[in-house]
Write a protein that binds this ligand. Structure first.
Ligand code: ZN
Length: 242
């Protein structure tokens, strides 16, 4: 049997994982796809170890560009909240499907990669937006306590007081911490970011339970809690869009 012209496998190195397409080409290339996954193209005969070194050496480049792409995506134009649009969700996007409902109330539900909204008037963008926000707030109410519990399990967080968790849709901040009453408040709109970014916000607020100001000691403690905090903070968009 003739050798296939293109073979597809996976390659992993330095914490990165890429689809590997080997073909009759001479050079190695690495691309970040729009879904942030990696695609490596390589000659048929290139050795695995060479390709792993190649991938490892591009770790910083991949992190930088993925961060930029995620930031751009998170700061995407405001969704149009109409049928056929899409909304940011946990670092990716969900397709938005809007259909007429029988009743007056709009409802939203998520199935797989899409959100279905049933609205009395499918053209009423504000009603669609509100029902999607209610859906995301319900999901946040399930997800965020779990993420907080996981963060509190991390070795450096064990000695911290157990804070009360509150959730709110906020416009100006992603989270806050009442260090006296030991209350951590998280913005339900964090649902648009990946779980690792949400975790960073939780670690940030937990770090305030020990250090109030954003000083050197705060940052040192935050780095203990979450060594990747700078890269994750970088992916947190500054803008909180409606
Ligand atoms: Zn802070």
């Amino acid at each position: 049997m003739a050798k296939p012209r293109v073979t597809e496998t996976r390659i992993e190195a330095g914490g990165l994982s890429a689809r590997l397409l080997r073909s009759r080409r001479r050079s190695v290339s690495l691309q970040i796809q729009t879904d942030l996954s990696l695609l490596m193209r390589a000659p048929l005969g290139a050795s695995e170890s060479f390709l792993r070194v190649f991938l490892e050496h591009r770790l910083a480049w991949v992190q930088k560009h993925r961060a930029r792409m995620e930031r751009l995506r998170a700061a995407d134009p405001v969704p149009t909240w109409t049928d056929g649009g899409s909304i940011p969700y946990l670092g990716g996007r969900l397709a938005l499907q809007v259909s007429p409902s029988l009743g007056q109330r709009s409802t939203a539900r998520r199935s797989g990669g899409r959100v279905q909204v049933f609205a009395a008037d499918p053209g009423d963008a504000e009603a669609v937006r509100q029902s999607v926000e209610r859906l995301l707030a319900r999901e946040a109410a399930e997800l965020f306590p779990r993420l907080l519990a996981e963060c509190l399990e991390s070795p450096h967080a064990r000695k911290l007081p157990r804070p009360e968790l509150r959730l709110r849709a906020m416009k100006a901040r992603w989270g806050s911490c009442d260090t006296v009453k030991k209350i951590v408040t998280l913005n339900t709109r964090l649902m648009r970011h990946g779980p690792d970014v949400i975790e960073y916000v939780i670690f940030h607020e937990l770090a305030h339970l020990r250090h109030r100001a954003h000083d050197a000691r705060f940052k040192a403690f935050l780095a203990e809690l979450c060594p990747e905090w700078r890269e994750r903070q970088d992916r947190l968009s500054d803008l909180i869009l409606d």
